[in-house]
Write a protein that binds this ligand. Sequence first.
Ligand code: HEC
Ligand code: HEC
Ligand code: HEC
Ligand code: HEC
Ligand code: HEC
Ligand code: HEC
Ligand code: HEC
Ligand code: HEC
Length: 480
Amino acid sequence: MPGQDANMKNCNLLLLILAFSFIFLLYFFMPATAQAEPGGQCIVCHSREDTMPGLYKEYLSSKHSKEGITCIDCHGAVKGSPSAFKHYNEFISIIVSPNKCKRCHEIEVLQFNESAHYRARELVTKGFGAYFLNHIAGSPHFRENRLKEAPGTNGCLRCHGSDIRMNPKKPGHPTPDTWPNSGIGRKNPDGSTGNCAACHERHEFSIAQARRPESCANCHNREGGDPQYEAYTTSRHGKTYYSETDQMNLNSEEWIAGKDYFAAPTCATCHMSATINMKATHNINERLDWNTLLQHTNALAVKEKCGLPFDIDYDQPKVKSERRANMENVCLACHSSIFTNNFFDQYISEVEYFKEKRLVPGKQLFLAATKVYEAVEGDGYQFFTHSLDYTWWGMCNGNTKAAHSGAAMMSPGLVEQGNGDVASAWYTGFIPQVYGLMKEYEGDKDVGEEVKKAVKELKRVYHKLKKEPLYGPWPYFKEE
Ligand code: HEC
Ligand code: HEC
Ligand code: HEC
Ligand code: HEC
Ligand code: HEC
Ligand code: HEC
Ligand code: HEC
Ligand code: HEC
């Protein structure tokens, strides 16, 4: 049909003209608006296939991009501020601190600032943590050397947070020993503390991602000595979560336990997210019963419970009696009150068992043994220079955390590991080392009065504890 053919041709021509005028109009107006706005300028370059295309695609999939928030809203900086540098026509900062997020998300920042996460860096700059980082994990021998920073840069500070410094020779560019760093208690160049991107992966900042247990796993893991992720994955909650993730409704706006989902709780469910009668919170301490149960995340406990010779001026979060009730409120979305109460009873009994059976007698022996070392070594005494120090620290920190976190987060395997490892350390390391120390100086007439006194006291403690039915008579250790 020729007539129809001609019509088709005219039609195509018209379409072609229309398309060209559209492209022309687009060319004319789009860059004009884009260039008028600095935010649009960032996008013009950063959407190119040769300028970090992966980063841009992450940003494109974010709610921020859908809401018209662009690079400059987070990276824009005031000329002269510590991390500002000129990037094409604008002053920008690579570092994005909570102060930036605060403009639009004030409540989250204020809650975060009340939490232990905000103070996480203090644990590696003060007291025991600082000593461990500088002497044991790190090395005082590299004092003026760039290698000095390596263990902190690649280890502790990745979780706890660095103190970001700027390269004086390159304005706006952070030094390689302090950044990249996504630690949660970071010190930022603008004087602020903390890092929202510790849990919210850039540049998607997806709420569904933050609710997954993996968001916490980078830091709360066995490798770093904090096995909460392992506890979770080996609990029935973890099992149910991983087998039914598709039922978790992770993108829902409020994400109320028992209303928007019920398959299983994640870390966020118990420690942060909303319940029917509690709002979500960025203060992870609001649901922790700090007073009686939390022991070893608290650096003070290192002195109080283990007797290690370190003071730390750590601003302990304020204790509120309703904290335990807050946590129970989460459980009640899916469990009955008798189930919940009985669970807490089980959990607390493990904490108390561990304390009474291991920490109470262990601390007495450790302190008495330390008095012997101090008497022998005088001013030269230093912690972490005797095998006993390492044995006791491992028991009091690593084993205790495994048992406690396992019980708190319902992992029978982790509880078993903590209890088993501490028993093994007790019989094959700790008691033999205390006994060896006693034997070394017992009957040695050449030692001074002070040493004699300290050894006598150690012997007294040792034999007293050995006679107590709960501890003695160390049936699995043979005295010579
Ligand atoms: C003229 C193109 C262009 C414009 C406009 C532009 N950028 Fe860039 N930007 C680049 C290129 C190219 C890089 C270098 C990528 C690299 O180092 O691998 C870069 C790097 C960056 C970096 C990393 C810092 C650095 O020095 O490597 C940041 C942050 C950044 N841009 C943000 C922005 C923001 C925010 C805007 C808008 C205010 C913007 N850019 C505008 C092209 C541009
Ligand atoms: C919602 C806030 C936000 C927006 C919007 C945003 N960024 Fe970022 N960006 C961050 C945060 C947070 C970091 C982590 C920086 C730090 O460690 O302080 C970051 C880091 C970066 C880095 C350095 C890290 C790397 O992997 O190289 C670059 C480059 C960057 N952003 C570019 C951009 C560009 C380009 C855009 C726009 C397409 C953009 N950002 C939009 C928050 C944002
Ligand atoms: C200029 C304002 C602005 C800034 C700056 C900003 N945001 Fe947002 N953010 C928004 C808006 C608007 C939304 C979408 C509405 C909502 O969900 O509240 C949003 C949503 C979010 C969400 C939820 C995303 C989702 O999937 O529902 C997260 C998480 C988030 N922002 C984190 C951050 C972080 C972290 C920073 C700083 C690095 C930041 N934002 C900086 C405005 C901003
Ligand atoms: C993989 C992440 C990670 C690394 C690496 C890490 N920490 Fe921690 N640290 C944590 C978490 C999470 C906690 C709190 C949870 C807990 O105590 O179980 C913590 C707690 C602490 C505490 C409080 C007392 C205690 O032991 O619970 C101190 C002190 C500490 N860390 C020091 C250090 C030092 C020093 C290093 C490096 C030698 C380091 N951390 C490396 C994640 C880490
Ligand atoms: C410890 C991990 C963690 C850190 C650190 C963190 N967030 Fe979140 N954030 C979450 C989780 C989990 C959620 C989801 C809570 C829920 O289920 O509604 C969330 C949700 C959000 C939302 C969405 C809230 C809403 O009502 O839609 C915003 C906005 C946000 N965070 C901003 C921030 C800002 C700003 C910071 C820095 C002060 C920050 N977050 C630090 C874990 C974290
Ligand atoms: C970037 C590392 C990092 C990430 C990610 C992280 N944490 Fe932490 N968290 C820490 C450190 C370090 C501490 C110890 C801080 C302190 O005691 O001051 C800690 C402490 C805690 C504590 C104990 C607080 C106390 O007072 O002892 C809880 C509970 C906690 N985090 C929950 C979470 C949850 C839930 C998530 C994920 C949604 C998460 N954390 C993600 C590093 C992290
Ligand atoms: C079913 C709820 C639940 C889930 C899921 C959960 N926790 Fe917990 N968590 C608890 C309870 C209960 C405690 C003990 C609170 C107390 O002692 O006051 C606790 C304690 C902690 C502590 C302090 C531990 C210590 O040894 O003192 C940290 C850190 C922590 N949780 C992190 C996490 C992380 C990270 C995840 C996910 C990998 C997670 N939790 C999953 C309920 C939960
Ligand atoms: C979102 C729903 C949900 C929440 C919230 C929740 N749980 Fe669970 N819980 C489950 C599911 C599902 C199971 C696995 C079912 C089963 O064991 O048959 C489970 C199993 C358990 C178990 C193992 C029971 C057994 O028979 O061994 C304990 C203990 C437990 N939960 C305690 C708690 C505590 C304590 C809290 C609050 C801190 C809590 N749960 C919060 C859903 C939830």
